[in-house]
Design a protein. Structure first.
Length: 379
């Protein structure tokens, strides 16, 4: 099926017979720079791909062409629109300018490593690490299609970075925050966030039909995202994100009062509050712009003098307070909509490890005291 011959020193030509078209044999020619072993490995990759039914790519496929093919053929069908937008930005603004001109099958780990080194001179290690993840995913896709025999990004050392310390609020800080937010129009969504651990997108997508204030539960069935300046609703990203979340009695009573206020407001506007109306919306019922909520929350935090606290940190605060009060990680994981308990344990490991002392106090109350034994000498 394949034939190998040396062209010049360090240069080998592969010829692969990939079938017949119109009675004529179709040949694929490819030049490999390196040793004979490198050329033999590439020839086996091509032959293996043909055996699996994967056609040999026509022409000299570049990294840029492959990245765009990956975005259109895989990312757009497997990822959310916002994720695709982020990937596309990385591809077009960073990966294509740096590596796009290289033929995909000629992409070497050293070229990738050199780019990372130069990129880290201008960008943060976290940003370059994210670029590495995108490149590695796209090349993994090429391996799966049989276009590449191995993923060169797996042989590269990605830039390391320190994870940002998680910011959680102590109970006293929560009181200060809610006190400063009490006169703000976004107080209801802030109070609900710290009481449930819901994501911002989940909160802004809640409808009144999603709340059972008598049984004190919330059904997360849609989310609100802003993409390219337009707010859109979509289903939760995973099956775990679509979930039922219990609420505290205080939250249930608060939301009942809040609903009564909204009903009065709607009547004044000549409308009737329906089950399909959003729980948290502008005065006229339109969705709240996520960036508007983020900016208003930042102002509340500054007034409260709490330093740097993001809206997402209310979710972390909910989880940490629940853990410290003895809630089981599995229950918290389900409430947060995490993919697994292991992810929850890893995310909040610093809190769980700090609970060992409390655990020992509880054990001390249950276990009996030890009895000293005298040991006879000489027996």
């Amino acid at each position: 099926m394949g034939h190998l011959r040396q062209r010049t020193k360090g240069s080998w030509q592969i010829t692969i017979y990939s079938g017949y078209v119109g009675g004529k044999a179709v040949r694929h020619h490819e030049t490999v720079k390196g040793t004979k072993t490198d050329a033999m490995r590439r020839m086996r990759e091509l032959e293996s791909g043909l055996d699996k039914g994967v056609p040999i790519p026509v022409g000299k496929l570049t990294v840029a062409e492959h990245l765009r093919n990956w975005l259109e053929g895989y990312a757009r069908t497997a990822c959310s629109p916002r994720t695709v937008d982020g990937y596309q930005s990385i591809v077009e603004n960073h990966l294509v300018p740096a590596l796009g001109h290289i033929q995909l099958r000629q992409l070497q780990p050293q070229a990738i490593q050199t780019y990372y080194g130069k990129a880290c001179e201008k960008l943060s290690a976290r940003t370059v690490h994210h670029q590495h993840r995108v490149l590695a995913q796209s090349l993994k896709y090429a391996v799966r299609l049989g276009i590449l025999g191995r993923n060169p990004a797996e042989l590269v050392t990605a830039p390391s970075f320190r994870k940002k310390a998680m910011r959680t609020l102590a109970p006293s800080e929560v009181e200060v925050l809610l006190d400063k937010a009490s006169s703000n129009q976004f107080y209801p969504v802030v109070y609900t966030a710290v009481s449930t651990g819901l994501r911002q997108a989940e909160l802004l997508g809640l409808r009144w039909r999603d709340l059972d204030l008598d049984l004190m539960s919330i059904s997360v069935s849609q989310t609100l995202y802003k993409r390219r300046g337009v707010c859109t609703f979509k289903s939760p990203k995973t099956s775990g994100s679509s979930r039922r979340v219990a609420m505290t009695l205080k939250l249930a009573l608060f939301l009942k009062g809040y609903r009564s206020e909204r009903e009065v407001l709607f009547l004044e506007l000549g409308k009737v509050l329906s089950l399909d109306d959003l729980v948290f919306s502008d005065i006229d019922g339109r969705p709240i712009d996520p960036s508007t909520l983020t900016h208003n929350f930042a102002r509340i935090v500054r007034r409260a003098g709490l330093g740097r606290v993001r809206f997402h940190d209310l979710r972390h605060t909910f989880a940490s307070l629940a853990l410290l009060r003895g809630a089981k990680p599995k229950v918290i994981s389900e409430a947060l909509g995490h993919a697994s308990v292991a992810f929850t344990m890893d995310t909040y490991s610093h809190i769980i490890s700090g609970m060992q002392e409390d655990m020992m106090v509880l054990l001390d109350e249950i276990l009996p005291s030890g009895v000293a034994q005298s040991v006879a000498v000489g027996r």
